[in-house]
Design a protein around this ligand. Structure first.
Ligand SMILES: [Zn+2]
Length: 155
């Protein structure tokens, strides 16, 4: 492989060498690490780009108990919504990336319910438990402008 040689933005000599390393990160997919080093002044820059780095909007119908095992990869810019339950998880400034399944997603919602007025969350809690136990059908929607979030459909 011929390494591309570019002009260095710091010393302006044509001594900036770029190497690309492909990584395969489980569930997050293939990523390309770009590493540029100037052989003259030592300037360095690293960048990472996930394959399929384009906006994602996807949804799955949960219709049978096995569907609760479908894995969800949530990148830190991803939004997850369950319209039938009025649930939505938006990316905040401290949003974390995580991998869970549909059942685990409900646990995350149930864990924050005690922060709210119990009178108002009682009905929702019952609905979540019904959904978690396969007693109702619903839809899970993910949207992610960075394309990291997605469903992992194989078990
Ligand atoms: Zn340089």
């Amino acid at each position: 492989m011929v390494e591309p040689v570019l002009e260095c933005p710091v010393c302006h000599k044509t001594t900036l060498k770029i190497t690309e390393t492909e990584l395969d990160i489980p569930y997050f997919g293939k990523a390309m690490i770009y590493n540029a080093t100037c052989e003259n002044c030592g300037y360095k820059i690293n960048d990472i780009k996930f394959e399929g780095n384009y906006p994602v909007k996807d949804k799955i119908k949960i219709e049978k108990p096995e569907d609760l095992n479908i894995k969800i990869v949530r990148g830190n810019r991803g939004t997850i919504r369950i319209p039938e339950l009025g649930l939505s998880m938006e990316p905040g400034p401290l949003a974390e990336s995580f991998i869970t399944n549909v059942e685990g997603l409900f646990e995350r919602f149930l864990n924050v319910l005690p922060l709210f007025d119990p009178e108002k969350t009682k009905e929702l809690e019952e609905k979540i438990n019904d959904a978690k136990n396969g007693k109702m059908k619903f839809t899970v929607i993910i949207e992610d402008p960075t394309g990291v979030s997605h469903f992992v459909r194989e078990i």
